[in-house]
Design a protein around this ligand. Structure first.
Ligand code: ADP
Ligand code: MG
Length: 715
């Protein structure tokens, strides 16, 4: 390439297939494709998973017994055999020029093949003595090179690439190809989407330096700076997209200016048996302000289980209703939709709105429930009411969006969600008439950093304060032995005796659905014969018909049932204040946020509540989760722990959150980089809203967001 050409953008790199590199023939190209490596961009973003620092190396001859160290050595021999106990043992002899060292690998038969004579590798472990010989047992191994493979000489810091045995591509090959790629790009260099002044102000190296140094660092500080810059880039692309989307929403004038004078909302608040908490009041004020403005509301209402989101949501819906608009309340499951429906009917009882036509006539606020199970005649009746404006609030599942429900004047949508309410769903709403205001509620407390990534395009209100009068939930991890179990069941029976109710959550079953339902049914039958004998026991699982579920919930609510044996269908939102005991069987197998949600089903009234987590914390994560549960009832604190354990992709779902685009960046670890990227994204968009002067950055964001980007950067 002539050096007069401009520096290479990511888009340029995506255009260069790997076969164009020296050393990549058709066969290797096929193998690389199996690893999703097709272009030079893919390759350069296939970052090392580890870097081994040769300056930290120890000489074998100088190692002391008991010392932990890394040695760099060449394999002399590797032989596999079985021990007398039948364990696989691979005995390897290595040398680093100062001395020989014996290494034993137990239960790693594959090491014999991996460490063939001539292989160069680093070994990290502890030196011990066995039968008078100095040796290491099961050290951490990073293969650096293989005998007879012409190989790029590695520097002081050796990059170890994610390799693939299946594709038959190894780290030393990748190292060679990456070097080829870097050499090929050297003359033109890599273009930077960010102005130098911004880089300087944020103490970031340029992309050219960073992309080289991540693969070929000459020192650990240089590597650190490279990572910092590339992590920043990952977050910046996301934040530019999110901030642009947020601003595009705010700039829209197509929303409804709701009547915020508040007669109906005031009447509603006045008839509640309690006063709003400070957080509820300020969240509602923010919502009402949004709804009165011409830009459609896009707000997230975040609050732990039991923090009182539903009241705020109803007030938002009534803000629409009082001006003659309709509201929709969407829940993630049918059980929840039913629950929201009954709750709404109860709380809205006695409220009236002006009847259509009759100037002085008032009629009750009308709430309806529409789910997949609603019978046809009922459906027609509701549908007619929606179209002539007589249904004020429609409660249902997310299926409301996709169904044929036609509102005459939809003004506000509340989405009680488990997953990301995405762009596609918003587009559907926009298609249902005037653009309604949208309030997304989430009961999963989301740490601030994660919220900035996942909901960075929404305004956010938080309910951190719990309504008064809650008694804390005593949480106990119950170890797997009959005595401890019996003590927990005894407490449950005492609580029932005192007139309270309880939940028992059945073990998770891997292969969900039918199998889980069967397991729950079996446990339900067993408990009735044993621990819960003589009590009124009900069953709730996902495979039951809607009417059966409804009946079970209704019976529990009406206290015709003492103990509800259930699968995780009761996870979210179910609200029976008289329930004071939650037993979770096999609790170590549940996720932390799930456990927190389950525990939130009790402690909703004024009586002291108990949560028993049956579990065998044999895995490390299980142990961390259960003890975190015993230590804290603060959902935000638990959410942080959850994020640390599972990582963002797992917690929020790879696809929904765009987390899969994070190759180096990780939250909560990289919180600072997220905040920095947010600030830079805002500054850039302040200065250049349509990114006309930042074409490269714009192209990168568009690449990330795909089709959903069109309306973002219109000038
Ligand atoms: P969430 O939906 O956030 O889990 P809910 O809205 O279901 O919480 O509220 C939980 C319980 O607390 C309900 O029984 C509700 O009536 C009650 N509640 C809500 N707000 C208050 C308040 N300000 N003071 C007292 N109780 C409240
Ligand atoms: Mg509005």
């Amino acid at each position: 390439m002539p050096s007069g050409d401009p520096p290479l953008t990511l888009a340029d790199l995506r255009e260069i297939p790997l076969v164009r590199l020296k050393g990549v023939g058709e066969a290797l190209d096929k193998k690389l494709a199996m690893m999703e490596l097709r272009t030079v961009l893919d390759l350069l973003q296939h970052y090392p998973r580890r870097w081994v620092d040769r300056t930290k190396k120890a000489d074998i001859a100088a190692l002391e017994v008991g010392e932990e160290a890394t040695v760099f050595a060449e394999v002399r021999s590797a032989k596999g055999r079985r021990t007398r106990q039948g364990r696989a043992l691979v005995e390897v002899v290595v040398s680093d020029g100062t001395s020989l060292l014996n290494i034993s690998f137990y239960n790693q038969a594959w090491r014999e093949k991996q460490l063939s004579p001539g292989t160069e590798a680093s070994f990290f472990g502890k030196l011990d003595v066995y039968r008078g010989k100095r040796q290491m047992t099961n050290p951490v191994v990073d293969v650096i090179g293989r005998a007879g493979v012409a190989d790029e000489k590695t520097g002081v810091i050796v990059p170890i690439y994610p390799q693939s045995g299946k594709a038959d591509v190894y780290t030393w090959q990748l190292r060679t190809i990456v070097s080829e790629a870097l050499a090929k790009c050297k003359a033109r260099g890599f273009a930077d989407p960010i102005d130098e002044s911004i880089l300087d102000a944020n103490d970031l190296v340029d992309r050219n330096t960073a992309l080289r140094a991540i693969h070929r660092p000459e020192s650990m500080p240089e590597l650190g700076a490279a990572k910092q810059r590339l992590i920043f880039d990952e977050f910046l692309r996301m934040q530019v997209g999110l901030v642009a989307r947020k601003r595009a929403f705010a700039a829209e004038q197509s929303g409804i200016r709701h009547d915020t004078s508040g007669a109906l909302v005031d009447a509603f608040l006045a008839q509640l048996p309690f006063a709003l908490t400070g957080d509820q009041a300020s969240a509602l004020a923010e919502i009402v302000r949004d709804m009165g403005a011409p830009a459609p509301m896009h707000r997230l209402l975040q609050g732990d289980v039991g923090s009182g989101k539903t009241v705020v949501a109803l007030a938002a819906l009534l803000t629409a209703v009082q001006g003659g608009y309709q509201g929709a309340f969407m829940a993630p499951t049918e059980v929840l939709a039913e629950q929201h429906y009954f709750g709404s009917v109860r709380m809205l009882e006695g409220l009236t709105v002006a009847a259509e036509g009759g100037l002085f006539a008032d009629r009750p606020v009308r709430v309806e429930l529409l789910t997949n199970k609603t019978p046809a005649a009922e459906r027609r009746r509701i549908s007619a009411g929606l179209q002539n404006g007589e249904v004020d609030i429609l409660v249902g599942t997310h299926a409301l969006l996709y169904g044929d429900a036609t509102f005459s004047k939809l003004g506000c949508v509340v989405v009680d969600e488990q997953h990301r309410f995405g762009v596609e769903q918003r587009a559907l709403l926009r298609g249902k008439g005037d653009e309604p205001d949208v309030l997304v509620m989430t009961a999963t407390p989301i740490p601030r950093t994660a919220a900035m990534l996942i909901y960075g395009d929404l305004d956010r209100s938080e309910l951190r304060e719990m309504p008064p009068g809650r008694t804390p939930i005593a949480t106990k991890v119950v170890p797997p032995n009959p005595l401890d179990h019996e003590a927990a069941w005894e407490k449950l029976r005492q609580e029932i005796g005192a007139g309270h109710q309880a939940y028992v959550v059945c073990p998770l079953v891997e292969d969900k659905g039918k199998v889980e339902a069967k397991a729950a049914t079996a446990e339900y039958e067993r408990l009735q014969e044993e621990e819960l004998k003589g009590l009124r026991v009900g069953l709730l699982h996902g495979q039951m018909k809607s009417a059966e579920k409804e009946a079970a919930m209704a019976a529990f609510r009406a206290h015709e049932i003492d103990v509800l044996v259930a699968t995780t269908v009761i996870e979210v939102g179910v609200d029976v204040p008289n329930a004071t005991v939650m037993v979770v069987e096999d609790a170590d197998r549940f996720g932390l946020s799930q456990l927190h949600q389950l525990r939130g089903r009790v402690g909703r009234g004024t009586a002291e509540s108990y949560c028993f987590l049956f579990g065998d914390p044999s895995t490390e994560d299980g142990e961390i989760r259960l003890s975190a549960m015993a230590d804290s009832t603060d959902g935000f604190a638990l959410a942080e722990v959850d994020l640390e354990i599972r990582g963002a992709g797992q917690v929020f779902g790879e696809k929904q959150s765009g987390m899969s685009d994070l190759k180096l960046g990780r939250i909560p670890r990289d919180e600072e980089a997220v905040m920095q990227a947010r600030a830079v994204a805002e500054a850039i968009l302040d200065d250049d809203p349509a990114l006309t002067r930042h074409a490269q950055l714009r192209a990168e964001v568009e690449e990330l967001l795909g089709d959903d980007v069109e309306f973002l950067f219109k000038s």
